[in-house]
Ligand binder design. Structure first.
Ligand SMILES: N[C@@H](CCC(=O)N[C@@H](CS)C(=O)NCC(=O)O)C(=O)O
Length: 410
């Protein structure tokens, strides 16, 4: 009898959990309904059986018959349950995003409206930049083709809603990782592809050489950014006054600065260097030496899909490990002959390969072959081979004095 009660309890719990899940498909509802009616059936049988055993006059063989009948029923129900369609809960590790991406045939990547070095359309209208190349790396990992990306330009204010609502599969848009964003917005940061910090840019004619001299300044800043918040902290903490002049896009912010609507422009330092280059006379402005915040920029995914989270995270790690092991887009084919176990695992010849991520075994090979290692991507987009000429600095690998570090492929 105890066994029966345990089983009813197990089925009841399952039915309760299923009724609480939000998948809501017709199949799931049918499973829930059938489980509920089975519980009812079993409860009735249990009641009958208990009455039977209470009646001392009944023979022990009748009781045994009842138990046998119930056990048979349980066996039948167990069999049916095993054959019933499986219901996935929200915390499931198998991800909907990979399935969606495979079905649609491209990765929907949220990028900026245009920020040189990170995500910016070139003269031919092709998207370029460090974040754009990261979108391409995820397409190479999942679809085996880096060109299978649909770029969705998003303003600072639109970006998280677009990710939460499923409008984009991935956000790669110079976005700062912070506690609030990582915990309260239904999104997760999958790593850092550029360590940045907030700076100030002023016209030389202002005669200011340090941020500490900015008391009373009017400052052009973009809405919905960490920039806006850091600015308030910096001035309030130092009891300095300022007037924020707020714009919703980078283009408008720069125009405001150029047109003299403010004395100062503030944003991530990498962006200041990029935007300065596009001014009619870059020599007329200077970037002040102070960095007032930490801006770790990285790719963002929706919460609740750990498979997709892992894919995005390990795509970045593949690029970093490739740099560390000296594997580039040019040398990766030759590396197939390498005996180095680290190299063999990184390009999917040995080791865990793609199984745990739900990807093909050559996923990381495709990332390196088609996009390159982290250094190749960095140099091409923001580094010394690009107009921005940013030095690696903190963005160098850990073994080269920077803080870029990836867990091992093993
Ligand atoms: N990293 C900061 C700032 C990001 C940001 O959006 N910066 C502006 C200022 S340059 C930008 O990229 N604008 C591009 C656009 O408007 O599309 C954040 O995540 O809040």
């Amino acid at each position: 009898m105890n066994q029966t009660i345990r089983f009813i309890f197990a089925i009841s719990t399952m039915a309760f959990l299923l009724s609480g899940c939000d998948n809501g498909g017709a199949e799931d509802k049918a499973v829930i309904k059938s489980l509920e009616s089975k519980i009812q059936q079993l409860e009735q049988q249990l009641e009958q059986s208990e009455q039977a055993s209470a009646e001392a006059s009944k023979s022990s063989s009748t009781c045994a018959d009842n138990i046998k009948a119930l056990e048979d029923k349980i066996a039948t129900l167990e069999k049916k349950l095993a054959e019933a369609p499986k219901v996935e809960t929200k915390s499931s590790t198998s991800g909907g995003t990979l399935d969606k991406v495979l079905k649609q045939g491209y990765v929907k990547c949220g990028v900026s409206n245009g920020l040189p070095g990170f995500s910016n359309p070139n003269d031919k209208g092709e998207w370029e930049g460090l974040d754009v190349e990261f979108c391409q790396a995820v397409a190479a990992a999942t679809l085996g083709d880096k060109s299978k990306v649909k770029y969705i330009p998003l303003t600072t204010k639109e970006r998280f809603t677009a990710l939460q609502s499923g409008e984009v599969d991935l956000l790669a848009r110079n976005t700062t990782w912070s506690l609030h964003r990582d915990s309260a917005l239904g999104v997760n940061f999958a790593g850092v592809n550029y360590y940045d910090g907030q700076g100030f840019m002023v016209k030389k004619s202002l005669g200011v050489y340090s941020a500490t001299e900015l008391d009373g300044a009017s400052i052009c800043v973009q809405a919905g950014t960490t920039t806006e918040l850091n600015l308030a902290d910096y001035f309030h903490f130092r009891e300095m006054k300022y007037t924020p002049i707020i714009f919703d896009t980078e283009a408008k912010t720069v125009k405001g600065f150029e047109a003299g609507r403010c004395d100062v422009m503030t944003t991530d330092q990498s962006a200041l260097y990029a935007l300065r280059l596009n001014l009619p006379d870059p020599k007329k402005v200077i970037v002040l030496p102070e960095i007032i915040s930490k801006e770790p920029l990285g790719p963002v995914v929706r919460q609740g899909d750990s498979q997709w989270f892992n894919i995005v995270k390990w795509t970045l790690y593949a690029m970093l490990n490739a740099e560390e092991l000296g594997i580039s887009s040019v040398s990766v084919n030759d590396m197939k002959n390498s005996n180095d176990p680290n190299i063999r695992r990184l390009i999917g010849l040995d080791g865990p390969k793609g199984k745990g991520l739900g990807l093909k075994d050559d996923w990381s090979y495709q990332v390196i072959k088609q996009v390159g290692n982290y250094s190749e991507s960095f140099e091409r987009t923001v580094g010394m081979s690009s107009p921005l000429e940013v030095k690696r600095g903190v963005n160098a690998l850990w073994r080269d004095g920077g803080i870029m570090y990836a867990p091992p492929f093993r």
